[in-house]
Design a protein around this ligand. Structure first.
Ligand SMILES: NCc1[nH]cc(CCC(=O)O)c1CC(=O)O
Length: 328
């Protein structure tokens, strides 16, 4: 595919966007397709690709955690079957494979986790004995730590599945609440079902949560340049710092690691970046939670250094010992 340039050649040919087939992935890809049509003036067609993460009923962690949703899309890219692919950034492994580039990270949606509980309950209103469903060790660790510090007797229950499956646990009365990414619900037009947007002081999201990643082959230089118009520099800086933290902790997307970089503004001027990180045991008995603030990084390397610095401070406080239980 060395001299294959999707933006050159026949302009009547649609650009092929590789996507997972879940409702959420299709919604995300549809939004990106619209934006790409706008910036390129080209037709964009969605090519659905089934990934192992979509067909397996096993818990994500058991089938290898990091990257199960991503591998099949990348293979299709590498084989030249699609021109570009859209991923949820939080599902992307932190190492960039040879030959592929992260052409754009568009403006991030709400990064917070959201509670969908019975009877409109907020986290603070959940009664003792409440059962909360989540398959994420990161969410478990922080929810259990919250319960402990508030003297609440809550139980986190391991579940997995798509958005409908997870919300059905609440509808059916099997669970009192489930926790999902607010961004996913928003892209599906379902924020109305959220009963509480969880404060990032209580639950830090996964690194990159709420952001999308648009990836293409490195040698599709014209396409990469066109896609770069969809890049949001502030989001890019934030997620670069968050993912460098994750990488330096040597953790994957199923590790109990939360991170969020905020740009702090003084009036209209963005002048500082705050990066918060957390790692915890899933039972919530121990959490290492730290934050650093500094001037806004002006390069990819500076943003990554920001993440590595927080990681080394967390490791000095015992973070490594809390990631032993990879997965559930
Ligand atoms: N791990 C699955 C996954 N990957 C991305 C999202 C939501 C969208 C996003 O974070 O951008 C979800 C679902 C969830 O965590 O509820």
């Amino acid at each position: 595919m060395t001299d294959y340039s999707p933006l050159g050649g026949d302009p009547t040919k649609p650009l092929r966007l590789g996507t997972r087939r879940s409702k959420l992935a299709m919604a995300q890809s549809g939004m990106v397709a619209d934006a790409v049509r706008e910036v390129t003036g080209r037709a964009v067609e969605l090519v659905e690709i089934t990934t192992y993460g979509d067909v397996s009923r096993e818990h994500l962690a058991q089938i290898g955690g990091t990257g199960v949703f991503v591998a099949a899309l990348r293979e299709a890219l590498a084989r030249g079957e699609v021109d570009f692919a859209v991923h949820s950034l939080k599902d992307l492994p932190t190492t960039q494979p040879e030959g592929l580039v992260l052409a754009a990270v568009p403006e991030r949606e709400d990064p917070r986790d959201a509670l969908v509980a019975r009877d409109g309950l907020t986290l603070a209103q959940l009664p003792s004995g409440a059962r909360i469903g989540t398959g994420s060790p990161r969410r478990m660790a922080q929810l259990n730590a919250y319960a402990r510090s508030h003297g609440l007797d809550m139980e986190t229950v391991a579940i997995r599945g798509n958005v409908d499956t997870r919300i059905d646990f609440v509808r059916s009365g099997e669970l009192d609440a489930v926790v999902l990414a607010a961004a996913g619900l928003s892209r599906l037009g379902r924020t109305g079902e959220v009963t509480d947007f969880l404060s990032t002081d209580t639950v830090l999201p996964a690194p990159g949560q709420g952001a999308l990643a648009i990836e293409c082959a490195e040698d599709s230089t014209e396409l990469a340049a066109a896609l770069a118009e969809l890049d949001d520099p502030h989001t890019r800086v934030a997620v670069t710092a968050e993912r460098a933290l994750l990488a330096a902790l040597e953790a994957g997307c199923s590790a109990p690691v939360g991170a969020l970089a905020d740009l702090l503004a003084d009036g209209q001027t963005v002048n500082e970046l705050r990066l918060r990180g957390v790692v915890g045991s899933t039972d919530g008995t121990s959490l290492v939670q730290l934050s650093i603030t500094g001037s806004v990084p002006t390069s990819h390397d500076d943003a990554a250094a920001f993440g590595r610095e927080l990681a080394s401070e967390m490791l000095a406080k015992g973070a490594a010992g809390l990631m032993g239980e990879r997965a559930l």
